[in-house]
Write a protein that binds this ligand. Structure first.
Ligand SMILES: [Ca+2]
Ligand SMILES: [Ca+2]
Length: 422
């Protein structure tokens, strides 16, 4: 509850006291409605759990339904506003003279139509004026909407119907005031149509935020499409339903995400006065590519855009930019591979190479793997994998292979590739 609500609730509470005091003393209510002498009597309306307070004044009278301590302050405020309105309306009804009539006081003063909403409290109040006698009993003819109850006042010119309607629709009912108790004697009837509108709906989501694959240099936008009245949004990191990581200021139907260095999940809660709905989890996987690497690597270099293309060789060292990316070399410094050696030693062929880990911008979500192949006869172009040396994940380690030297020629080649992390 914010400060203004607290203030309103506090004012509402003191107004309740004021009305109660006024009706006890029969005087203080003058403040609210000039020079109207008021008598009152109270009774409990146990069916709805409400305390009812009935204030009578001559031929005109008012029924005040004070939902005192059981209601939240917000509901209390509503009731008090309604109460104040009714008291203000008293003078008008007081002026009615002559013909007997039953009139709606609230919620739609003077109308024979009663607006209501499914799921919301309705206090229908009506009164009889111009009758030569006070009404001793009241009846409702016709079927009330489900959830509503007749107050069934006795010895009162004011009566009412209260409760929370559940089913939308139009309901035609008549109320009848009787001169005598137990619905007997002279009577007067008025017909009202209670129009129960559909209640407010919680939001629904028609389009979920989408999972996608991105790179460490891309920006992405997640979007949700929801329907409902008065929608509010809050985006979170993590999995749907876990509210531990709200994103400050992320309160619209879309979320802009800057570059990510790791896989991250997002979701959004859409809410209104009637409830909320949580979106699915949108999973953003970060898998880099040449473009991400190039945009990072050439960012600060003073190089014409054409030289950043995969097929170009920006540093003129014989390795295309794309090959430099795969190998883990710099594309703007000439690369000399001093780490790969091949030597013959004690009848053994020793072949060694240094692996490079795939880390940093351009390599998120990727790993660099090395495989060794050999051939006895290049002319046949028959490269065979060296079995123990396939798909070695580069972690900066030095790999050394020794094989006994046999007669004839022997050729080795090392293949390097980048792949999604296994
Ligand atoms: Ca190069
Ligand atoms: Ca280079």
């Amino acid at each position: 509850m914010d400060t203004s609500q607290e203030k309103e609730a506090s004012e509402a509470a003191s107004l309740v006291e004021e009305v109660a005091d006024a009706t006890r003393s029969g005087s203080a209510l003058m403040k609210m409605n000039r020079s109207i002498p008021i008598r009152k009597y109270g009774s409990a309306f146990s069916k709805a759990g409400l305390a009812t307070l009935i204030i009578n004044k001559g031929t005109a009278s008012q029924l005040l339904v004070l939902e005192a301590r059981h209601l939240s302050s917000v509901a209390l405020t509503k009731v008090i506003k309604w109460t104040t309105l009714s008291i203000a309306g008293l003078g008008t009804y007081d002026a009615v003279s002559g013909a007997t009539q039953i009139t709606q006081i609230a919620p739609s003063a003077g109308s024979s139509t009663v607006p209501a909403k499914a799921g919301e409290l309705l206090n229908l109040v009506y009164q009889i004026t111009g009758a030569p006698h006070r009404a001793r009993s009241w009846a409702v003819i016709g079927e009330l909407p489900e959830g509503l109850t007749h107050l069934n006042s006795t010895n009162s010119n004011t009566d009412g119907i209260t409760g929370i309607p559940t089913q939308p629709g139009n309901y035609r009912i008549s109320v009848r005031a009787y001169k005598n108790s137990n619905n007997s004697g002279y009577n007067y009837t008025k017909t009202f149509t209670i129009e129960v509108a559909p209640g407010a709906q919680p939001p629904s989501i028609s389009t979920q935020p989408m999972s996608l694959i991105t790179t460490s240099v891309s920006e992405e936008i997640l979007k949700v499409i929801a329907s409902g009245n008065g929608l509010e949004y809050q985006w979170y990191k993590g999995n749907s339903g876990n509210t531990s990581k709200p994103i400050p200021g992320a309160n619209s139907d879309s979320l802009k995400i800057g570059s990510l260095n790791e896989d991250t999940n997002y979701w959004v809660r859409v809410s209104n006065d009637s409830g909320f709905i949580d979106s699915d989890t949108a999973k953003l996987r970060v898998i880099d590519n040449y473009g991400a690497w190039a945009s990072e690597t050439f960012r600060t270099a003073n190089i014409v855009p054409e030289m950043t293309e995969p097929d170009a060789d920006a540093d003129d060292d014989g390795l295309t930019n794309e090959r430099e990316y795969v190998l883990g070399n710099s594309p703007i410094e000439q690369s000399i591979d001093a780490e790969t050696t091949l030597k013959l030693q004690n009848s053994m062929i020793e072949f060694s190479f240094q692996t490079e880990p795939a880390t940093g911008k351009g390599y998120i979500g990727l790993e660099r793997v090395y495989s060794l192949e050999k051939s006895d006869d290049l002319s046949k172009g028959s490269w065979m994998p060296v079995e123990e040396y396939q798909n070695i994940i580069g972690e900066g380690q030095k790999i050394t292979i020794s094989e006994s030297a046999t007669h004839g020629s022997k050729y080795y080649r090392l293949t390097v590739k980048l792949r999604e992390k296994s």
